[in-house]
Ligand binder design. Structure first.
Ligand code: F6P
Length: 330
């Protein structure tokens, strides 16, 4: 088979480890690997990875040397508005036929898998997805590639902020990523001992949060950390800060948006191993004749889930962890 591989949507630490596993599983089994650069955009513009060794638009063993520890993605990534239209999907399918690509491995999040389902209307080759997104918002896998590293990055940043919050006796509102999902926010909050967390899945009103913080102050607390998921309220942490200011509390408030910092950096051990397993598993799944599915890891076992179920069965935030956070933050 000529297997195309691409990364799409937001990059996530571990994507490179996943590409490496795809290449190093496929080549020894006699397949060719075509690296498609910039996701769906690269299908439309025919931006393919070039091997200086093979002198061809294919990936070789050395194409993926020394990347297992690197964040980002050597294939680059993008969000591609043109592909959202039928014309773009037809053009991408034509491009796959022109380059005689037989099968695809797509590494990305829910938008990527929706794109794969669109593509499948005009192209009949098998497609297997690998969950690569820091958001951890997909069904069919316990965690997504990049989540563990992103939470670690956020945790380390919040730990630093805590020092200055403590020294200056301030309240810090810290926004973490997650457009539709509070997974990063909840895990970061729990790992940093935050006072409260605002999530899209379990709304806490600003009044409730203030009540809690005031209560902690009465108990002698002099600095506070509040983690806000990007998607918890429209406008994110800035809205929360404005609403707090309107209530004229006496907290000395500072705001921090961690932003894209959370997407970069070397993948941690968990992401490297998960990405390696899933990349290799994706090639095995293609060999076994599967298509239209995402490979994930559930309770330590590789599992295939149809694309249409990965977005709809969004991972719920574990409510017992919200309770634990509340019980421990006093
Ligand atoms: O989906 C991953 C993610 O990092 C989200 O958490 C975030 O909302 C979004 O991507 C940011 O996207 P962009 O890099 O296109 O601004």
């Amino acid at each position: 088979m000529r297997i195309g591989v691409f990364t799409s949507g937001g990059d996530a630490p571990g994507m490179n480890a996943c590409i490496r596993a795809v290449v190093r599983t496929a080549l020894p089994a006699g397949h060719q690997v075509i690296g498609i650069r910039r996701g769906f955009e690269g299908l439309l513009t025919e931006a393919l990875f070039y091997s200086l060794i093979l002198k061809d638009y294919q990936m070789d063993m050395r194409s993926v040397s020394n990347i297992i520890h690197r964040g980002g993605t050597i294939l680059h990534t993008s969000r591609c508005p043109r592909f959202e239209a039928e014309e773009g999907q037809r053009a991408a399918a034509a491009s796959l036929r022109r380059h005689k690509i037989d099968a695809l491995v797509a590494i990305g999040g829910d938008g990527t898998f929706r794109g794969c389902m669109d593509l499948a209307r005009y192209w009949d080759g098998p497609i297997i997805g690998c969950p690569g997104t820091i958001d951890n918002d997909l069904g069919g896998t316990d965690v997504t590639i990049g989540f563990s590293t992103a939470v670690r990055t956020a945790m380390e940043a919040v730990d630093k902020v805590r020092d200055t919050a403590d020294a200056t006796e301030r309240l810090f509102l810290i926004e973490v990523m997650g457009r539709h999902s509070g997974q990063i926010a909840l895990y970061t909050a729990l790992a940093t001992g935050a006072d409260t967390v605002l999530l899209p899945e379990a709304p806490v009103t600003v009044d409730e949060a203030v009540k809690r913080l005031e209560e902690e102050r009465r108990q002698g607390k002099t600095s506070w950390i509040v983690i806000v998921a990007e998607g918890a309220v429209a406008g994110g942490v800035h809205t929360v800060s404005r609403e707090l200011a309107q209530r004229r509390t006496s907290f000395d408030i500072r705001v921090l948006v961690l932003g894209h910092l959370q997407r970069g950096g070397a993948p941690d051990v968990r992401d490297r191993i998960l990405a390696s397993r899933l990349g290799a598993g994706a090639v095995d799944a293609l060999r076994e004749g599967h298509s239209g599915k995402m490979i994930g890891e559930v309770n330590g076992r590789l599992t295939l889930t149809p694309f249409e179920h990965t977005g709809t069965e969004r991972k719920p935030v574990p409510t017992e962890l919200i309770t634990l956070l509340t019980n421990l933050a006093r």
